[in-house]
Ligand binder design. Structure first.
Ligand code: SAH
Ligand code: SF4
Length: 388
């Protein structure tokens, strides 16, 4: 995989079909197995990897794809992550925060469509006003979901970055249904040097250790814990991705949200370029499929960034072992300003009608699971919880 200035290269070598077949039958992998799988490039070999991941998803988790109505609450952020288009120093964006009414309206649309779980995401703030606003929103979302006939209340995935233990607990209480409460906080990369490079040196920069601590705080507070990395970050190596997979094992994550690194207009990494599209797509699908082989009971989302990279990317993700899709329900006026990365065409802005998206998902042979919360089987096993 030769591209830009990244060193995701080299290991790739042709594999004989029987050797690949034997490798794909394994359930425990060495680091060199993982590196080999991640660097597959021959279309037929990649297909064999994706088919195996798809097959194992079905064998362990069944045929369902769970939907999370995605609401991008605000693009205000006090951090300056260099890769991110809504970072504080990007002054070219119109900043917005949705009103509670707009959020409730989007949620209502999700519930009506039969998508009983929501994913709420935002630029990062930890001031009291924001913490209180989110708590208020969570209480009202829970009440709305009950009033619309969702027994025990809707499922919620929060993605509001690093917060204090008190905030995690406060939001958990406000959410109303702790059995279907999730938090997505990516490691971004498990390589400490690379983490530092992409987070810069500003006064409120992020650190990898704090990220691990936040993930363990979330676990202790009872959330289903989701993590992931960006794939194809300039300077990232195959060994880094293997180390990421090992980090996922240590974290004992319940779910994954992972997608390609895409250049962003307001970011600070232009000089570093990005991987060539086709190679990036292959690498991303390889990483998703390998994650599935290693973590058969976890939920894996086909990230929106995958759809931005190539129209139909999410469907390809399902073919490689993903079992969660997050259709974007953010009001259009705000959506155009939630620009984590470059989005130009309509497809990249995820304007696909829900009915079309559902048809696309079902074209993979999967079933769109409506009226379900779809909590992580890995999490449920930990507490002997029934499927929801
Ligand atoms: N502020 C929160 C949530 C919003 S950012 C947080 O940082 O966790 C959500 C995710 O968007 C990040 O975890 C990051 O992985 C992803 N992201 C940001 N910029 C990106 C880019 N240029 N390409 C791909 N993903 C990006
Ligand atoms: Fe803010 Fe999250 Fe973007 Fe970092 S990645 S700048 S915390 S929105």
């Amino acid at each position: 995989l030769q591209q830009g200035k990244s060193s995701l290269t080299r290991i790739a070598r042709p594999m004989t079909t029987p050797a690949l077949k034997a490798l794909l039958e394994k359930t425990a992998f060495t680091d060199s197995d993982l590196a080999l799988l991640l660097t597959l490039q021959e279309p037929t070999e990649c297909r064999a990897l994706y088919d195996e991941a798809y097959k194992r998803t079905e064998a362990v988790l069944g045929n369902a794809v769970y939907m999370r109505g995605l609401i991008e609450v605000s693009n205000l952020c006090v951090y300056d992550c260099r890769y991110c288009g809504i970072r504080k120093s990007n002054h070219t964006l119109t900043r917005y925060t949705l009103t509670k009414e707009e959020i409730l309206q989007a949620a209502e649309r999700s519930f009506r469509a039969g998508y009983y779980s929501l994913a709420l995401q935002s630029g990062e703030r930890d001031d009291a006003r924001f913490v209180e606003f989110i708590a208020d929103v969570l209480r009202d979302l829970h009440a709305l979901s009950l009033s619309m006939g969702i027994q025990d209340g809707c499922g919620l995935t929060l993605s509001f970055g690093e917060q204090s233990c008190e905030t995690y607990e406060y939001w958990a209480k406000a959410s109303g249904n702790r059995n279907a409460l999730r938090y997505l906080l990516r490691l971004e990369t498990s390589n400490p040097k690379l983490f530092e490079t992409i987070h810069g040196h500003g006064p409120r920069r992020k650190t990898l250790i704090e990220r691990y601590m936040a993930l363990s705080d979330l676990r202790r507070t009872g959330y289903q814990v989701g993590t992931g990395v960006m794939i194809g970050i300039p300077g990232q190596t195959v060994e880094d991705l293997v180390a990421d997979l090992r980090a996922f094992e240590r974290i004992d994550a319940d779910m994954f949200g992972m997608g390609p690194y895409i250049e962003s207009e307001g970011g600070d990494m232009h000089a570093d370029g990005m991987m060539e599209k086709k190679q990036l797509l292959t690498l991303t699908l390889n990483m998703l499929a390998v994650t599935r082989l290693m973590f058969p009971t976890c939920n894996i989302a086909a990230a929106t960034a995958l759809e931005s990279l190539v129209p139909g990317g999410r469907v390809l993700g399902i073919g490689a072992g993903c079992n969660v899709v997050m259709p974007n329900l953010t009001p259009t006026r705000a959506r155009v300003n939630y620009r984590l990365y470059r989005k130009k065409t309509e497809a990249e802005q995820e304007q696909i009608p829900l009915a079309v998206l559902e048809k696309d998902i079902e074209s993979t042979g999967r079933h769109v699971a409506k009226f379900r919360l779809g909590s992580s089987a890995h999490f449920r096993a930990r507490f002997n919880l029934a499927a929801d």
